[in-house]
Design a protein around this ligand. Structure first.
Ligand code: BES
Ligand code: MN
Ligand code: ZN
Length: 484
């Protein structure tokens, strides 16, 4: 996708379609206002009649409007002007792009945000790139046709470049998640990460089974045991910050979660190719951080396994010895993500992480608590949590903090091992999972994002196709920009 800047007005611009932005409950501005004049107050009349209100991501298509070079105009709502943020912009631009992508377009001009700060233009470019790309990877007749060129009004070269970096990174994460588990398994995921690392100038280490054994990663290896696909641990490194502290991003990469012997029912298993979304988010974020050439040190760790059923599967009652030395009693093989992360978090700490964020499609319980659009945030360090939550808020990627009271930890004490991998019954399931993770980060400030809900859409949004969302790539990049 080509991304360019334009200073042409709505009446003179050459494009297949023009996108105009309108705020709710506010006078028309900029090119929308100019279009209104050129079209005999068409927009004003439509607004008076209530045909268009300007609510975020609302769209209206006008074909063959008077006095224009372009033969199609899409008007998109930006919400209330005072509430404008990167999230609204991402969604508005995405909605317009998705609508236009129903047919192939060579070039679409977004004549909005000509006076916005760079970070807002970035969010718009990113939203447009994400909105026009679908999950129709294997459909002959595509539902969405990525726009050939995106023109943005008065955009600085820096904003265009960064917007394109973010859009590509989010789409990389989405593609990794949308590909079926027959294509994406630990080895192939590691291969794709290696190709990306080579192209974008990141260091990469890939631990195979032998190395994982040598490193005593008994929890990760335990989960992997039932699969014909051997596990991997990917360690990506962006080292541009000299002696400054290292930020570690850790992702759950269960390339398929059948539940293991605690087998999932069909309906719950249908979308379990998405269980590596945390790892895919880490890969997307590291690509963006490398391309933006941020002057910092970042590690990205992806724990990659397939959770399967076979004669070699790990069993209920098994005791796994983690890399840290702590033992875990397995009472449900479907609570596998926390086992994988227990070892990966330990590696992150050993590699000198000053602070950690992990991302995982960890629990259905988190979706029961917060719904599908909000990630659960859990932490051992309130100020680090507030920094991460602040970055998420400014990017328009909602998170909500859940408590980590010591009492929750009682639920995962085991009679035969140090910890057990599920709590008593199903109450507070998102938190008891986080409590297990907490036991492996030692004293390092850590934030856990349970992205089971927001990582994968079962119903489309106006600004995005169903399937993988690439959620939290933008937030991680924002955290990196604020690091250390
Ligand atoms: N990968 C699932 C969680 C999940 C559920 C992700 C729905 C995305 C959508 C995880 O490994 C899992 O199976 N968790 C169990 C834990 C339980 C056995 C304690 C769950 O949430 O039911
Ligand atoms: Mn599971
Ligand atoms: Zn899982």
């Amino acid at each position: 996708m080509k991304v360019t800047s334009t200073t042409q007005s709505v009446t003179e611009i050459q494009a297949d379609a023009v996108v105009l932005g309108v705020y709710a409950e506010a006078p028309l501005e900029g090119e929308a206002d100019r279009f209104d004049d050129a079209s005999g107050k068409l927009l004003s009349r439509l607004r008076e009649r209530g045909e268009f209100t300007g609510r975020t991501a609302e769209t209206l298509v006008l074909h063959g409007p008077q006095g224009m070079q372009a033969d199609q105009v899409v008007v998109v709502g930006l919400g209330k002007k005072a509430a404008l943020d990167r999230g609204n912009i991402f969604r508005a631009a995405g909605a317009a792009a998705k609508l236009l992508a129903a047919r192939p377009r060579r070039s679409v001009a977004f004549l909005l945000g000509g006076d916005w700060p760079d970070v807002m233009v970035e969010a718009g470019v990113c939203g447009a790139m994400v909105g026009c790309r679908g999950q129709d990877l294997y459909r002959d007749e595509k539902r969405l046709h990525p726009l050939g060129e995106i023109q943005w009004q008065n955009a600085s070269p820096a904003a265009l470049a960064a917007g394109q970096v973010l859009g590509s990174a989010v789409n990389l994460t989405r593609r990794l998640v949308n590909e079926p588990a027959s294509e994406i398994y630990p080895e192939s995921f590691a291969d794709i990460a290696s190709e990306m690392a080579a192209e974008d100038g990141l260091d990469i280490e890939v631990w195979d089974e032998d190395r994982l054994h040598k490193e005593n990663c008994g929890a990760l290896l335990g989960v992997a045991r039932g699969s014909a696909r051997p596990p991997r641990l990917v360690i990506l490194r962006h080292q541009r910050g000299g002696d400054a502290p290292t930020l570690a991003l850790v992702g759950k990469g269960v390339t398929f979660d059948s539940g293991g012997l605690s087998l999932k029912p069909t309906d719950s298993m249908k979308t379990m190719k998405c269980d590596m979304a945390g790892a895919a988010t880490v890969v997307g974020a590291l690509q963006a951080i490398a391309r933006l050439d941020l002057p910092i040190n970042v590690l990205g760790l992806c724990g990659l396994v397939e959770n399967m059923v076979s004669g070699t599967s790990y069993k209920l009652g098994d005791i796994l010895k983690t890399r840290s030395g702590k033992t875990i009693e397995v009472l449900n093989t479907d609570a596998e993500g926390r086992l994988v992360l227990a070892d990966v978090l330990d590696v992150a700490v050993d590699r000198g992480a000053a602070k950690i964020i992990d991302l995982a499609t960890l629990t259905g319980a988190c979706m029961v608590a917060l719904g599908t659009d909000v990630a659960g945030l859990m932490t051992n360090n309130q100020s680090w949590a507030e920094l991460v939550a602040g970055a998420a808020r400014i990017c328009g990627e909602p998170v909500w903090q859940l408590p980590m009271f010591e009492e929750y930890g009682e639920q995962i004490k085991s009679e035969v091992a140090d910890i057990k991998n599920v709590g008593e019954g199903r109450w507070a399931g998102a938190i008891t999972a986080a409590k297990l993770l907490e036991a492996f980060v030692r004293d390092v400030p850590w934030v856990h994002l349970d992205i089971a809900g927001p990582a994968f859409l079962e119903k489309p949004k106006p600004w995005q196709d169903t399937g993988a969302t690439g959620a939290f790539v933008r937030t991680l990049v924002e955290v990196a920009r604020r690091w250390p």
